[in-house]
Design a protein around this ligand. Sequence first.
Ligand code: ZN
Ligand code: FE
Length: 256
Amino acid sequence: MTDPQIITIPCLTDNYAFLMHDPDNGATACIDVPDAAPIQAVLAERGWTLSDILITHHHWDHIDGVAALVDATGAKVWGCGADAHRLPPLDHALAEGDTFRIGTLRVEVMDVSGHCANHLAFHVPQAHAVFTADSLMALGCGRLFEGTPDQMWESLSKLAALPPETIVYSGHEYTATNARFALTIEPENSALISRSRAIEAARAAGDPTVPSTLADELATNPFLRAADPAIAAHLGLQNATPARVFAEIRARKDSF
Ligand code: ZN
Ligand code: FE
């Protein structure tokens, strides 16, 4: 088996789309479509034919380009069946625990709701990849528009249980702000301090900070670290549950 290829494509002002290509049979999937044009440009440059579109959630900045990309390529659209009423027309309706294939690559469907209801993540073990959009983000997590802190904590806990070498393809370039916030929660976390420096340097050079590794997120992302007793103590929540600590961190970020 030849290694799958994954390309990160900046779209709109701070969104990311991804192309995942299986060199063994030519299948190519696009994960989220903020805007069709930059994705079509990469397809043309690589000489790839789009076979599938995977939608993580209903927000416009993840689906606005789906219709144009389907028109141009005839790609089949996969998304959450329970959200079909507010998604572009689906060819395949998905739910938590489903598996399907893009070429020879097996995709595992995870419900990671919290940012909104029916938010999916796509785990591709052969690519060591998980596409998380606005659930787990680089040093952050999505705002809770339709879910509760308990629900998002459960979603993040599922993602945290993936192999630590998993590469996290999240939906936005928010990492520099997330790093400044994370340092208010864990000012003495040395892994966070060095990651923050690397993020500042990357952004100064105009480089993306997405994807990241799950191992780095586990070591530095405050939203994944809500079960750490030192963080609970720093927030004055010594005996609180991790979900309660997570809720406090999320609330502080909302007003950061
Ligand atoms: Zn969103
Ligand atoms: Fe978004």
